[in-house]
Write a new protein. Sequence first.
Length: 500
Amino acid sequence: MAQAQTQIQEQRQEQRLGQSISAQQLLQAQLVELPIQQLQERIETEMHDNPALETAVDDEPHEWEADGPAATDEADDFDSQREREERSDALDAALQNLGRDDEDLPVYQGGRPSGEEREEMVYADTMSFYDQLLEQVGQMELSERDRYVMEYIIRSLDDDGLLRTPLSAIADELAIYHNIDLTTAQLELTLQKLQQLDPPGIGARSLQECLLLQINRREPSELTDLMRTIITHHFDEFTKKHWSRIRQSMGLSETEADNVIGELRRLNPKPGASMGEVIGKSLQQIIPDFIVDTQDDGTVTFTLNSGDVPQLQVSETFAQLLKEYQQNRQNLTRQQKEALLYSKQKVDAAQNFIDAVEMRRQTLTKTMKAIIRRQHRFFEDGDEASLRPMILKDIAEMTGLDLSTISRVSNSKYAQTRWGTFPLKYFFSDGITTETGEELSTREIKAALRDIIDAEDKRKPLSDDALSTLLQQKGYPIARRTVAKYREQMAIPVARLRRN
């Protein structure tokens, strides 16, 4: 009997360990995908939710502080002391409220709070979230009709990224105004493909579907199942923040409820807003994640933009309290044991978050090093035609990272270079191999195509057949159909519409 109980306990420990690893991997994947601005917001949210996570105090001033007035150091010391006192007060309050229902807990913490918007320098061209979705659609293998229908649905999305126009109404519009006859079931299949695009939740028809789409993108785990159950079967209580009812109905412990509520609060009810400003609003503000510097001798270096990301550490107050409780474990009251468990969970969560931030830094560094190595010529001369064919798999093989990790790194991040600021996806492109074995990137071919069209006689613009012939003469073996495809992707009209 004792042996059976021991085996059960060991199995439970292994399960908890497996869940912990899965949760940590999920956290690392989430942080890797965030650009610098959203990482700052995520850290602020994490510090707000976890009093065991705090800003570390640097012994040495940053370079930008070195020439500042002497009062700066005193002010920093005062702010650090005040922050430690606030953290201590938060700890006391948290321990006193163990077991109470937090009815005032807000549902969502995502996005930038009103009144705290900061002015940023604008880099690169502005894009609406519609344009960013259309860019993703351009990378999908779709028939012309399916691409047209998906783009039509995208332009039917509201500013927050949700689809509130019924599919039946879209079917009627396509049939009447565009001579495309589709059933709602066929539109449903196209919408499902759209909902697979980034960010998760885009194209949902309701808040409930939006949250479920985001949950379904997560790694399978017990926590994910709890989140799905709450949104599916307890959505009304969730929207009204009746956490105690949800906890009682599902039979959750206080710790389980705290964890699942914390994760639900991180879901984004407005996925369109996370992709930048929408059409008709202010310019999209872009902060580069990488600062690439090219020397005159061709040496290329880069630094990660740390922005306002603070140095993090586990709260000394929490760590000391945890140590004291553990040393006096045998004499603890029930309330003190609960406090011990609470403290350990918060300290572990804080350390895991710190580790995930560091893993993000290492992953971004590896990825950018590989991109520069592959595209070194472009960083030297800034010529688009110098970009070599490069796909996600190439960088994954060079770094030893998973393909999905490279995809997350390249999503929504920018690199500031000597030649301008570019999205990381700019450096990726497919390619073809000539009969001689030479690799040619589609970007290089498009640049050559644009040069030919720019130089053509606008009184007698070239047909796609003529363009194909000229490209082949320049060493680009491209068929007429491919010329038409590239021309459409570059938004260049057919010959008759280019005539002056």
